[in-house]
Design a protein around this ligand. Sequence first.
Ligand code: ASP
Length: 678
Amino acid sequence: MAVTGPREKGTAPLAASVGVNLRSSAIFNSMTLPRGLARGARGGAPGNFAFEKSISFRQHPLPSVQGILVGRSAAGNIFMKRTHHCNELRPAHVGQKVVLSGWVHSRRDLGGLIFIDVRDREGRTQTVYDPSLLSNELFEQAASLRSECVISIGGTVRQRPEGTVNAKIATGEVEIAVDTLEILNLAEVLPFPVDDPEVSAKVNEELRLEHRYLDLRRPEMARNLKLRSKVATAIRVFMEGEGFLEVETPTLFKSTPEGAREFLVPSRVHPGSFYALPQSPQQFKQILMVAGVERYFQIARCYRDEDLRADRQPEFTQVDIEMSFIDREDIYALIEGLAKTVWKIALNMEIPTPFRRISFEEALNRYGIDKPDTRIGMELCDFTEEFRASSFKVFSGAITNGGVVKAINAKGLAGATQGQIETMTEYAKSFGAKGLAFIKVENGEWKSPIVKFFSEAEKAALTAKLQIVEGDLILFAADQWLNACEILGKIRLYCAEVLKGQGKLIIDDKRFDFLWVVEFPLLSFDKEQNRWYSSHHPFTAPVAEDVGLLTTEPRKVRGQHYDVVVNGVELGGGSIRIHQPKLQKMIFEQVLQIPAEMVKARFGYMLNAFRYGCPPHGGIALGFDRLIAILCGTPSIRDVIAFPKTAKGTDLMTDSPAPVEPKQLRDLHLELKVAKKE
Ligand code: ASP
């Protein structure tokens, strides 16, 4: 339904509508195009047609009907092609005839004038419909438009009148006096609005995921997708410059159930056999090193069938990297260079390198976690020596049992509510502690049932080391070292959230604290299974001097792996790998206690490959979704994935996973044992 205003009568026809109520020929004949529009589109100022470089909507050469530029929809109907995107017009364009296409972002009817903000991927522009300058028909059409209808408009760019400039949007100094309107498609009433960031942010996420196509139209989400694409390109350019080859590895892999649970894919051709979706391209990238690729990377999709936590997805993307003839320092330097480039391109920020390094032990000792957020103070203090002979038996008893006493000072949190204290106590209990000891420093008093057991020297030590003053909340953990650290680590983060909520802890959102966490133990002990398992993965090399301890004192063996952490988020991790087949076999069989037959079945091909000249190598993988979430400043990776799954692993838009037909199961040689849902 394209209509023009009275001023353009007699000029050449422009376009017909597509979409609903097609009355092409009649409309075509009733439509006219201002001469200036054709000139504006093709012959106007250079740049009218070439959208901003970073955006690059390259238009195909347009067909011409009676000398006028037109486009053709898939259905073969003719529509006006845009001359600019909706974030492009500035005062310099005033007077030009333009065509914009996009969605009706918002419509306001004010004092006889209609204002419609037309939005496309790049932004929005205000368009004005003045009944004194337009035909009734066009005006009525404009008045009937609902949010998210798809339109093309033609008109003249003009300066907005004094006092009506909108400084919040880039096109806010101008508007378009519309003379041609074409409705390309209608939109029904939306399940939620997309034009108001505050309202949309409150919309139930399930509803947003069910209508993801609408959710992604929100400018906030479009920005995330754009940033993701930009960063992916920056990574590719950087890696190419560093001599890396991007190599794709299979998605249909073999089951190697060592780490997380895998997704299995039944084979039709091999009855009873299965592929597994890779948890990461780890084994292939190591094989690529044996294959002489030397420097590999891939922006790779990985799959883990884990019970989902808030920031996990069953399928996610890694920047996966492997290099030959290198040591740990080479990986640190590469990733620091990559991060520098990415932060510069994404946020125009210079991040200082090299990153600080901290050992696993120090990270736990000081922050109670192996991915410390160093922007928050509140470090853990050790009081084991001070309380060794304490008459407070909860503390001295824990120490006698080989444990430690640690404390943190949550400054300004003495007023913590009963509910907050209970939450923290639950954290402590989840680590097996019996309770949580604490002191509230209020009205010059230490309020706590345990203080009466403390000697003056013990109190003095607490005051000095924790710098206790009025208003503080002191929290203790007395337990085995790792447990004590982890309890306080968790409570520390909780207190930081509470303090942030109260405005007592302010963290600059432009601050990025990067660090390398290094010197992890190679192995951790699984009490339930009574065996050692790899802290990182079984291909990680031990520190050379510790190899002799592998079978005698596995606890003491240090691994050559590293994590890169930013603001308390693990951005990635990797390791130098074992490249000697004998050592790898020994670790599988003797240290990890995997039966020799199973080693052969699962990893035999790798051990074989290593026998034919395997270079020393190592690598890392960065969580790409997390990286983008950090750059976008959003806490949820779902906000940076176009079509994420819910916490229950479902895709609400396509309604998957879903049952399949009995024939499909038969073809796959599968029989189901699940009870049918009513
Ligand atoms: N493949 C490992 C992971 O996904 C990373 C690495 O060691 O390179 O965690």
